[in-house]
Design a protein around this ligand. Structure first.
Ligand SMILES: Cc1ncc(COP(=O)(O)O)c(C=O)c1O
Length: 399
């Protein structure tokens, strides 16, 4: 038998999905599983997108241009302008989800062995795509005690070597819900300028900022326009994860040309997805407001509920729809698996993403879980009750 690749062996399992087999077993036994593990919103996709799919009037479902359909990119230019992000259609390359945008950005900008600095906890697929591209992720821990604020400039500078090529931020942040302040963004800008780095900025949650603090895009930072590679996606903002549409936005000509080689190799982003995504840009403001208000309520409900459970702690996330919560357990990986394998309360259990999968520093996140508040409040209430009961019963409880 030929051996499989070392690269494949070193790919981390998704902390969000790795417990799926246990969840399936629990469901097969008839247990109701509340999915707090995955950022799959339950809210309906905008009607304009559904209508666009229903009324497709084409004779051939053909390849679209590798960079994406022009009329879609033209509408995106107007969409970004609303956030004071001034770009042209040439600066936008449509991808198969934000996931492909991350992957192609890494492939186009980083050579094997190049280093990429990322504050952790971080969206786990960054590690997977870094391994795929041969890049080396260097993480700087941020801490739950400080609400996951940006680590200090000194901590960044300690990690900078001749191989450092980029900084990656996610703002608002998955998994922490943190929203970087102007001061923090200025610090990042200064580092990017001083060491001439790429700034990969994943801003797929820009619609979800809850505290009145401003959302600061990497494109708002002066003097590094050519260093910025912005990652975007329609998955979360229009509750349409399944259409697989994202984008890379950059003004850097060399990056665009290089990214396009991967885009051409994979031929085309999804045609049907682009039709839906283009229509989604006409989503009425009241839909967006309803969605926003719903998340505001769920956030309060979840965080209040978590902080009421003895031994649990969650900071208040400022954006996105996740929180990293600290639980009174010996090992969150074991606890999350135990909830699915060994526990049920009145026929129900919870599935959460163990915190360790969002860190690369060994030992970090051991008593943390990521919880997504993408369930309605009724289900969130039941999930919180089940979590409290599970913590009472868990043999590895610490306090
Ligand atoms: C921070 C972040 N970036 C990118 C993605 C990728 O999204 P998609 O590939 O669905 O567009 C996700 C999905 O959860 C995410 O949370």
């Amino acid at each position: 038998m030929p051996s499989i690749s070392q690269r494949g062996v070193s790919m981390p399992a998704s902390p969000i999905r790795k417990l799926v087999p246990l969840a399936n077993k629990a469901k097969a036994k008839g247990t109701k599983v509340y999915h707090l593990n995955i950022g799959q919103p339950d809210l309906p996709t905008p009607e304009v997108a559904m209508d666009a799919i229903r009324h497709i009037d084409r004779k051939v479902l053909e390849y679209s241009p590798s960079e994406g359909i022009l009329s879609f990119r033209q509408k995106l230019v107007k969409y970004y302008a609303k956030f004071n992000i001034q770009v042209t259609t040439d600066d936008i390359i449509v991808t198969t989800g934000g996931s492909e945008a991350v992957f192609f950005s890494f492939m186009a900008c980083l050579d094997p062995g190049d280093e990429l600095i990322v504050p952790e906890p971080a969206y786990a697929n960054y590690m997977a795509f870094a391994i795929s591209s041969g890049a080396v992720i260097k993480t700087i821990p941020s801490s739950i005690e400080e609400g996951f604020a940006l680590p200090s400039v000194e901590q960044f500078e300690k990690l900078i070597t001749p191989r450092t090529k980029a900084i990656l931020i996610c703002n608002p942040n998955n998994p922490t819900g943190y929203l970087y302040t102007q001061k923090e963004m200025d610090q990042i800008r200064d580092l990017v300028k001083k060491y001439d780095l790429f700034l990969f900025s994943d801003e797929v949650y820009r619609e979800f900022c809850y505290t009145g603090a401003p959302y600061i895009s990497a494109f708002h930072l002066k003097g590094i326009e050519n260093n910025v590679v912005l990652v975007d996606s329609v998955s979360k903002r229009y509750s349409e994860c399944g259409i697989r549409i994202g984008a890379i936005i950059t003004k850097n000509q060399m990056v665009k040309e290089n990214v396009m080689k991967w885009c051409q190799a994979r031929l085309s982003p999804p045609l049907l997805g682009q039709i839906a995504a283009e229509a989604s840009l006409d989503t009425p403001d009241d839909y967006m407001l309803d969605v926003y208000n719903e998340y505001v309520e769920r956030r309060k409900f979840l965080i209040d509920g978590l902080n009421r459970i003895p031994g649990c702690y969650s900071p208040i996330p400022m954006g996105a729809f996740y929180t990293m919560a600290k639980l009174p357990v010996d090992d969150a990986d074991k606890f999350c698996a135990w909830c699915l394998e060994k526990f049920e309360y009145e026929g129900q259990t919870v599935m959460m993403a163990p915190g360790s999968g969002f860190y690369t520093t060994p030992g970090l996140g051991k008593n943390e879980v990521r919880i997504a508040y993408v369930l309605n409040k009724e289900d969130l209430a039941k999930a919180l009750m089940v979590l409290a009961k599970a913590l009472e019963a868990y043999p590895g409880r610490t306090v």
